[in-house]
Design a protein around this ligand. Structure first.
Ligand code: NAP
Length: 430
């Protein structure tokens, strides 16, 4: 057993990097006992040398150019700078080519380059580990890669972006609109100044691509993924969801459908009172259907210094113990291209909200178009009675192919009694 200290070089000393250094400094003794050897940070890099940091870096070698860490006297390079290309990619490639293990939290980079980097690591018997890249502190990467492999995975369904979950939870609690709550989330530091990647669903997509690859043994694939964000969610949709006993969550869902895999990021109605429906605020949660092993549910913090450092350090301890699997669970050359499930196979129940003129016959007209397309209604409610003015009609459908709903909505859009765009949100009932 190797008992020499594991020498670690860290690029990026922001939220995650600062948290990792701090935890290694405060819990170094205990971690060394678990790892069977010391975990020593021997070199660091960031943009600004003089910036105050969460941990003391005075005794650690500093390099200005992060790619120089690839040639530092280290066993592992920890990439915590971010960015899907640029300095982060250059460093990881250089580190793996220089015989160094790599740990990263960079989902954007791995979703695009993960399979190629995994192959590069495996050629030299090196680790490429990324527990912090999906759902932060939740150990979902290890669970899918190592623990839930016996029976195969049928589906992974997650609330993977804490910013979106915080915004949706606040909208429900306060009844306020999306734009208003987003401003609060930015002021509180939950949302970036440029929140596009979070609220547009891109960040969830990156994480889902990694979880899907781990679950199904496929190459991470962003191309065959439907991605919608939360900006179009209206306060009334959240209110009606509640009346029906549901909450709206931004879900990343990857599941087997026939011989293919369906990957979707979109707002969905989740039943209140279920574990996924109750995961609120900035929390992340992941539900896994692991076949004969049954359903599993994971919940925890998906972001922040403490949770992400926890995940990075777990990866470092595995490397120190010499215990590491191929990055995506299977040797990289055996990962298969993802075969997308045909869009025609996608079906679910739907929430539909129409703003209509309150005149006789309007409900019958909408119901008629839905029936013509083969969409049957499970329940309906109508709010407001102001003859000649707009009222809302809300319907929950039975399980229906997405294509049938689209066909019905096209016909309904031609009606002069229906105002504006309808609210259309799938129900996640599994
Ligand atoms: N924040 C989270 O909760 C969280 C959760 C999961 C995953 N992640 C991932 O973890 C990574 C780091 O995120 P973070 O939130 O810690 O970011 P951050 O707070 O913005 O920190 C980034 C760090 O990288 C340094 N850096 C950036 N570009 C650099 C460059 N070109 N050369 C040298 N140093 C550079 C910055 O230097 P300066 O400090 O000098 O500016 C900073 O220390 C990202 O991939 C992110 O997606 C973050």
């Amino acid at each position: 057993m190797n008992t020499a200290p594991l020498r670690i070089a860290v690029a990026g000393l922001g939220t995650v990097g600062g948290g990792v250094l701090k935890a290694l400094q405060t819990r170094g003794g205990e971690l060394a006992e678990r790892a069977g050897r010391r975990l020593d940070v021997v070199a660091v890099s960031a943009r600004e040398r003089e910036k105050p940091r969460a941990a003391d870096i005075s005794g650690i070698a500093w390099v200005d150019d992060p790619s120089a860490l690839a040639s530092a006297d280290a066993d592992v390079v920890v990439e915590l700078m971010g960015g899907e290309d640029g300095a982060a990619l250059a460093l990881i490639e250089a580190a793996l080519s220089s015989n160094k293990h790599v740990v990263t939290a960079n989902k954007a980079l791995l979703a695009r380059h993960g399979a190629r980097l995994a192959a590069l690591a495996e050629r030299s018997g090196l680790a490429l580990k990324f527990e912090a890249a999906a759902a932060g502190g939740i150990p979902i990467v290890k669970a899918l890669r190592e623990s839930l492999i016996a029976h195969g995975i049928n589906s992974v369904c997650g609330i993977l972006n804490g910013t979106c979950n915080f915004i949706l939870t606040e909208m429900e609690k306060t009844g306020r609109g999306f734009a208003d709550v987003l401003k609060d989330a930015q002021a509180l530091g939950y949302a970036e100044a440029d929140p596009a990647l979070d609220i547009g669903g891109g960040d969830t997509a990156h994480k889902l691509a990694l979880l899907s690859s781990l679950a199904f043994g496929t190459v991470p694939d962003l191309e065959h993924m439907h991605v919608e964000g939360i900006a179009a969610i209206m306060p009334e949709d959240i209110r009606y969801a509640r009346e029906f006993g549901f909450r709206i969550k931004l879900l990343g869902v990857a599941r087997r459908v026939g011989a293919g895999i369906e990957q979707r990021v979109r707002p969905a109605m989740v039943r209140a009172g279920t574990p996924l429906g109750e995961a609120s605020g900035a929390f992340n949660a992941v539900a896994v259907d692991a076949g004969e092993a049954g359903p599993f549910f994971f919940e925890g913090r998906g972001a922040g210094a403490g949770p992400t450092a926890s995940a990075v350090i777990a990866d470092l301890v595995d490397i120190a113990l010499g215990s590491f699997e191929p990055a995506f669970g299977k040797p990289a050359h055996t990962l298969t291209p993802l075969v997308p499930a045909p869009a025609t196979d996608a079906s679910s129940a739907f929430y539909l909200r129409f703003n209509v003129l309150d005149i006789p016959g309007v409900v019958a007209e909408i119901a008629g178009h839905l029936a013509d397309a083969g969409v049957s209604i499970e329940s309906m409610l109508q709010r407001g009675r102001n003859p000649g003015e707009a009222v809302s009609i809300v319907m929950i459908t039975h399980d229906t192919p997405q294509a049938s709903v689209t066909r019905a909505l096209k016909a309904i859009a031609r009606s002069d009694k229906v105002l504006g765009s309808p609210g259309v949100i799938p129900m996640e009932l599994g």
